[in-house]
Design a protein around this ligand. Structure first.
Ligand code: RRO
Length: 313
């Protein structure tokens, strides 16, 4: 039997990825060592931990916990500051696309970070995080009134390929209205979804919550959030301009999960909780599983099934 060559490369609005699988911001991408390991891995791109103007220690520990089907975190944006990430990338020679994730505590800080990122030649694209669930500040991604003005000001100066990491939405109306706004700007991609805000995990034996900050409340990730990630991808795929790519994030543990994300409309995928659980070798395993899955399905590339989820008749 002649095996067809399976191509799992991806294009995100002109950015070429040798594999459609990359890390999610926050998962093993904060320190120089972690970023070097990601650069050396078989992921198709790297995304940095969301950075701020100044380094931050983040919330007190324990601030991350995982169980068989999920994770909860209230990290509080620990990062080494934008200058660290820009300097690190300046010194690295890599062909792999690099997404710098930024997340300011105020609109002014976001503008400062965007302007700084615009000056770096080592960044392929910016992933603007408008969906951190663990800060005192409101989640900007939920404030559709503020977002239009905000983006209008961003695109007065921004020239780098820019994507936005979105929170999960639970109403179609929100996704429709958000798409109407995003469609008016030269946005290159959206990442759907950040963790589900304000969950709590209970340890019944000790009768406690499992993370210390915010009385145990935190963002939920992992396979239990996959249906929400898929739903957001699906809806954004129907409402967004076709040249805005969707990066799927949420609940990928196996090759078949990648297939599901792409079937709903994702062009590439990010791995968060599973990368935390399994470490860097997750990319090799997922690549193998996904390739084998496509082989069995007789698909030779992503574009043959992207966005083609059928309704049950
Ligand atoms: O650092 C965090 O607490 C955090 C961030 Br910035 C984010 O975007 N998503 C998340 O689950 N945790």
């Amino acid at each position: 039997m002649i095996m067809k060559k399976i191509d799992i490369s991806a294009r995100i609005n002109g950015i070429q990825l040798s594999s459609c699988i990359m890390n999610a911001s926050g998962a093993l991408c904060t320190t120089g060592q972690e970023l070097s390991d990601l650069l050396d891995s078989s992921s198709g791109a790297i995304v940095t931990k969301s950075c701020t103007r100044q380094p931050r220690k983040g919330n007190i520990k324990p601030r991350y916990f995982e169980w068989n089907v999920g994770s909860i975190n209230s990290m509080g944006l620990p990062n080494l500051g934008i200058d660290f990430y820009l300097n690190f990338l300046e010194e690295k020679k890599t062909k792999k696309p690099v997404f710098l994730s930024i997340s300011g505590l105020s609109i002014e800080e976001i503008f400062f970070l965007l302007k700084k990122a615009n000056f770096s030649s080592k960044i392929t694209a910016i992933e603007l995080n408008l969906s951190c669930p663990n800060l005192q500040e409101e989640i900007l991604g939920y404030d559709l009134y503020k977002i239009y003005d905000f983006l209008e000001n961003v695109f007065k100066f921004n020239e780098k390929p820019l994507g936005i990491k979105l929170p999960p939405y639970f109403k179609e109306e929100y996704i429709k209205n958000m798409s109407l706004i995003l469609n008016q700007f030269p946005i290159v991609f959206v990442t759907c979804i950040n963790s589900l805000p304000n969950g709590i995990f209970v340890d019944p034996r000790n009768e406690t919550s499992v993370i210390q900050p915010r009385n145990g409340f935190g963002g939920i990730g992992g396979s239990i959030i996959k249906p929400f990630a898929l739903a957001n991808i699906r809806k954004f795929y129907t409402y967004l301009r076709k040249d805005i790519s969707i990066i799927g994030c949420g609940g990928i543990s196996y090759g078949k999960d990648i297939f599901e994300h792409i079937l709903c409309g994702a062009s590439a995928v990010q791995i968060g909780t599973q990368l935390m659980k399994e470490g860097i070798s997750v990319f090799e395993r997922l690549k193998k599983e996904f390739t084998l899955f496509l082989q069995k399905k007789n698909y030779s590339s992503i574009n043959s099934f992207k966005g083609k989820l059928k309704n049950l008749q």
